[in-house]
Ligand binder design. Sequence first.
Ligand code: KIV
Ligand code: ZN
Length: 398
Amino acid sequence: MRRIRIFDTTLRDGEQTPGVNLTPEEKLEIARQLERLGVDIVEAGFPVSSESEFQAVAAIAAELREPAVAALARTERADIERAARALERARQPRIHVFTSGSRIHLQHMLRMSEDEVIERSAESVRLAKRYVDDVEFSAQDAGRSERAFIRRLLEAAIEAGATVVNIPDTVGYTTPEEFGALIRDLRATVRGIERVQVSVHCHDDLGLAVANTLAGLAAGADQAEVTVNGIGERAGNASLEEVVMALRTRRDVLGMDTNVRTQEIMATSLLVRRLTGVPVQPNKAVVGEHAFAHESGIHQDGVLKEPSTYEIMRPEDIGLDANRLVLGKHSGRHAFAVRLAALGYSIPRDEITPLFLRFKELTGRQKRISDRDLIGLVEAWRAEAAARDGSAAAKEGA
Ligand code: KIV
Ligand code: ZN
């Protein structure tokens, strides 16, 4: 069984989701949950981008114990020095240096020749190595790059001391077969690549991010870069929970697994939804509200007789119904509040009572209340509150 490293970039690429802007305190709260979840690396942010981003990365670096903490930097001295400062108190610091690897990016964005990009990248990795041992190097848009150039670029980065080389499909353009072939080819032909870890980082523009990630891992990559709920730039990144549960559920054919404590998946997903304000579609794999719901009579009958008839994962494996506290009409406010907290909701005191009344209403219609019902209850409550706030603001503005 190969152990795949999970590099979580919810706090960096995930925060690039349109409209998302986390405070340092919110980032720290998510980072703590990522540590509970058991990811191997937390990419905490891009310290040179703002003072608050720097503070967030520094706070996360100072606090996390188990995972490595990574900070992003362009191939610029100022970026690398700022990343190094932010990581000063980290137990396992990693500087993540990135450039671009495709002709389109070189020509229109960097406006540099291939040789200039290679030289600048090697210099940057050497500079980062003065501060930390662990340096990751990424060549953006590798999915659309010229193979000969990407090879030279990676060789230069490895020669300069990179410990991890990341191959991003930045624009979500490749197909699984193509991406797998790219990783296999780079593993076979890049000089020195056997000394470093190979990472994959896939975006979801064509809905292929998870499939491409799995293809890259099957082709020999050691690390998967993912985000909780698949949030991220444009259509997002490969979703952590989907990659992790695919590896866990199909270990039999994939021969790979991770260190993730999957029972923490639901709590992590809910926390990220709440703090980013980005909802999850109901039919989203693994963490969507309907992911374990059975509507048709035939399916319900099958699941009641034996869950594995229609369930390939057990809800409790992702933290749903994990503690078998049965909530029903006899349950009190305390059990109700404790269960909401276990699901990752921190509900203000004054909201517990009206929510509890709704819960009681529900128990009048339904004997047993599942975690999914509770999530539906809170999400509906929040949606109504947001609509009320929106219409009040609109009236004020009118
Ligand atoms: O998508 C991408 O190429 C990135 C890099 C910074 C790794 O996010
Ligand atoms: Zn990305």
